[in-house]
Design a protein around this ligand. Structure first.
Ligand code: UD1
Length: 451
């Protein structure tokens, strides 16, 4: 016996109930395809190889995981035991050496490395069980396979719900869908499985009875119900999303972030929130966001592909798009959109502003309604605003353009030429004042009966 570990991830089911053109395991949970959650989990345990079993028409799945796992094809979905067989070639070496093969499903994103590690540990235990099955106790056992235990509490067999008699159906301990199997006997046991059952399928669950008949022991490791959550419909997808969000929020809070209304904050699998960050209600994080220590994200903000440095304040109602890099202590206020732009420390864009393809120097101040006109219909252009510059409200900066350090741009300007360091630029029509003009206008309207 060795402690080598490999994994087979079953993903060849039809997923018909998703009613989707996208294979089920590519649907995302917290921004990451389900199959990648599973691959990351087995990767944490160092399983090698990891074989993902796909259906012939699932090119998209094979492309999505290429380089991350070996793939094998199950020609027809004839059942979970049949689904493991295409992995035979990839597992030849571990089957010869001995070790453990984890079999799990590609549509159970909530499974944790800790639970799988407990299963592997049980497999490597002194009783050397041939099969360790993940058990759980759902509120409603419904269609799950029932785990039948012997007098010594070891596992005797698994009975699928459709094949169970009334007494077996009363069993509350169910099959969570993960097994850790002795690699040296896996394929021999699989070959012994038939399909004389209610669904005429080759059930992987029959492997337990076969191992017992060969005089081997089988064991159960029990986990929390949430880990076994499988997705087979859009409703299931939403339920798994909610469970994953709950898990991510707890992890963020455990890490020292305050979420004042956690249930309203939506995180991505890779959201990084530092110590003493505060996230106010109703904030959505897309992929690739990191918020550093002490920053504050105010309500109704949407962030993706952005970095917020320590002490910065973002929102309420801010949108940070990919490439937004908000420096320490900077303020990004309401109805401000930042894309592919560096906002240096202490700079402020507090209201109604668009900054795209730009650098805003340290402590520069952008007045309400500042717009970087970065796109001319053909290409994107850069705007560079120097440190300490002041841009008056309702200014259009037509890129490519530079506003030098310490320069001031008067409100309402349309800036098309570079503004030198410390210069004042005002680009607007001359203001005309006509004394008494308003009164005369009103009088003339009244006289003509239109006032
Ligand atoms: C299976 C178990 C059941 C357990 C439940 C937990 C069997 C016979 N039953 O039932 O004891 O309680 O999981 O969720 O194993 N798949 C293939 N090829 C196939 C068939 C299935 O790749 O030919 C994959 C599916 O994509 C899916 C997984 O295996 O990811 C489970 O298949 P499914 O048919 O949903 O099994 P259940 O009926 O839920």
């Amino acid at each position: 016996m060795t402690d080598r570990l490999a994994a087979v991830v079953l993903a060849a089911g039809k997923g018909t109930r998703m009613k989707s053109d996208l294979p089920k395991v590519l649907h995302r949970i917290a921004g990451k395809p389900m199959i990648e959650w599973v691959l990351d989990t087995v990767g944490t345990l160092g399983a090698e190889p990891v074989v993902v079993v796909t259906a012939p028409d699932q090119d998209a799945v094979r492309a999505a995981i290429s380089g991350r796992a070996t793939t094998a094809i199950q020609e027809q979905a004839l059942g979970t035991a049949d689904a493991v067989k295409p992995a035979r070639e990839a597992l030849a070496s571990i089957a010869a050496d001995g070790g453990t093969v984890l079999v799990l499903y590609g549509d159970t994103p909530m499974m944790t490395p800790a639970t799988l590690a407990r299963m592997v540990e049980a497999r490597n235990g002194k009783e050397n069980p041939a099969v360790v099955v993940l058990g759980f106790e759902p509120d409603d056992p419904a269609l799950y396979g029932r785990l039948v235990l012997g007098a010594d509490h070891s596992l005797e067999r698994i009975v699928e719900a459709r094949d169970a008699g009334p007494v077996e159906r009363e069993i509350g301990l169910c099959n969570g869908g993960v097994m850790a199997i002795d690699a040296s006997v896996l394929f021999e046991m699989l070959d012994a499985i038939g399909n004389a059952n209610a669904k005429s399928e080759f059930y992987l669950t029959d492997i337990v009875g076969i191992a017992r008949a060969a005089g081997r022991r089988c064991a159960v490791v029990i986990c929390d119900t949430v880990e076994t959550m499988g997705v087979d419909s859009r409703v299931g997808l939403a339920a798994a999303e909610a469970a994953m969000q709950a898990r991510l929020r707890v992890a963020a809070m455990d890490n020292g972030t305050t979420l004042t209304a956690p249930e309203t904050v939506f995180l991505c699998h890779d959201t990084s929130l530092g110590r003493d960050v505060t996230v106010h209600p109703h904030v959505v994080f897309g992929a690739g966001v990191s918020v550093e220590d002490g920053a504050e994200i105010r309500s109704f903000s949407h962030l993706e592909g952005a970095r917020v440095a320590s002490g910065a304040i973002v929102g309420p109602y801010a949108r940070l798009r990919p490439g937004a890099d908000i420096g320490a202590g900077a303020h990004i206020g309401n109805f401000v959109e930042i894309k592919n732009a560096v906002i240096e420390p202490g700079a402020k864009a507090n209201h109604l502003t668009y900054v795209g393809d730009a650098r805003v120097g340290a402590k520069a101040n952008l007045g309400a309604g500042t717009i970087t006109c970065n796109y001319d219909g053909f290409a994107k252009h850069h705007t560079d605003i120097g440190a300490g510059a002041f841009i008056g409200s309702n200014t259009a900066l037509v890129a490519p353009v530079t506003v030098g350090e310490g320069a001031i741009v008067g409100a309402g300007s349309v800036v098309t030429r570079d503004v030198p360091v410390d210069a004042l630029a005002v680009v607007r029509g001359a203001e005309k004042i006509v004394p008494g003009g308003a009164a005369r206008f009103r009088a003339s309207r009244a006289k003509s009966g239109k006032g």
